[in-house]
Design a protein around this ligand. Structure first.
Ligand code: PMP
Length: 335
């Protein structure tokens, strides 16, 4: 047996490198690093969540051998669950809003997910994808008790627990504890909550920022106590209008609201000058890192999350027709 080889796909999740973002560091006089979560086997930060949730559910007995995993997802958690389910012998049923990128939908189909695309609607609507996923799991369990497991990524704190135990701990080690700030956007809140816990328990002075896209209610929640939304964003997988158990576990010092017009140019410049093509949530995170770096001042070290690759959104934020239809500027080189 090869001494250095991983024996199972799950061992490839996590332990991602930190990448120094050169232009952002030079522009701010700070050291800005991105954690390369796009290198996980399912291609996103959500592989960690999928692994954390499945391991916890196997340990508690909630997830039985051969069962069907049910989840409501914007796509990436579903992809992570499918990759692991194929490797561990589970089946997957995904409920997903139909306004998500076709690249994510095609990847889920390729991986063998039983996929239901539903209308994108508000959380208060019983037809919201999260409620439909819950209803589906309940129905499967009524028909055959114990046959289905609802992953429940928004309120299942196995989500933030794995980020606390892995992502947050890795950032601490990789910066040798010399990190002044961490910032990211919130979809479920698992990443922000877990990393904020891990860093604050090692050094309470570390500043935790929230990068909230337009259309999300968390900026208003952390700055005024009220859940209010305005505008919209093309970034998928982030932004939320209600509080989750994972968000409740986050420790936020500095909330920022980030507009797509501020964020998208950062991933376009990164592609052209540093060679990496990232998705929209990474753009929001990078813009947040710049805001946090400016707040903390020159010489600071700031870390954020590079959630997934831009190829997952090529038909959207790397497509001039899409950008024009959204009234967003098209970079000159893309025309
Ligand atoms: N970026 C992308 C592309 C995502 O899919 C998600 C998860 N929905 C996030 C960021 C946010 O991560 P979290 O759920 O941990 O808040």
């Amino acid at each position: 047996m090869a001494a250095m080889a991983a024996q199972h796909l799950s061992e490839l999740i996590g332990n991602t490198p930190l990448l120094r973002l050169r232009q952002l560091s030079e522009q701010t006089g700070c050291e800005i690093y991105g954690k390369c979560e796009f290198l996980n086997p399912g291609g996103s930060v959500k592989d960690r969540t999928a692994l954390g949730i499945l391991r916890a559910a196997e340990a508690s007995g909630e997830l039985r051998p051969g069962a069907t995993i049910v989840e409501g997802t914007a796509g990436n958690t579903g992809i992570g669950l499918c990759v692991l389910a194929n490797a561990l012998g589970y089946r997957v049923r995904i409920v997903m809003p139909m306004n998500q990128s076709r690249e994510k939908i095609e990847q889920l189909e390729l991986l063998g997910a039983d996929l239901s695309l539903v209308q994108a609607t508000g959380y208060d609507d019983p037809k919201h994808y999260v409620h439909q996923a819950q209803a589906l799991a309940e129905k499967l369990n009524r028909d055959e008790p114990g046959s289905a497991f609802w992953a429940r990524q928004f309120d299942n704190i196995a989500n933030c627990a794995i980020h606390r135990a892995t992502t947050g701990q890795e950032i601490w080690t990789q910066t040798a504890g010399r990190v002044d700030g961490f910032i990211c956007a919130v979809g479920t809140g698992g990443t922000l909550a877990g990393i904020s816990q891990a860093l604050k328990e090692r050094n309470p002075a570390i500043n935790i920022g929230l990068a909230d896209p337009a259309g999300s209610a968390l900026y208003s929640y952390y700055s005024s106590g009220e859940l209010r939304t305005a505008g919209s964003s093309v970034a998928e997988g982030i932004g939320i209008s209600h509080l989750t158990d994972n968000i409740a576990a986050a420790q936020v010092d500095l909330p920022f609201q980030i507009d797509d017009r501020e964020a998208l140019p950062l991933i376009y410049d990164l592609l052209r000058a540093e060679g990496l093509c990232l998705g929209g949530s990474s753009a929001i995170n990078m813009a947040g890192a710049v805001r946090l770096a400016r707040e903390l001042g020159p010489g600071s070290t700031v870390v954020t999350i590079l959630c997934d690759l831009g190829t997952r959104y090529q038909s959207k934020i790397f497509n001039p027709a899409f950008l024009r239809a959204k009234g967003l500027p098209v970079p000159a080189w893309m025309r």
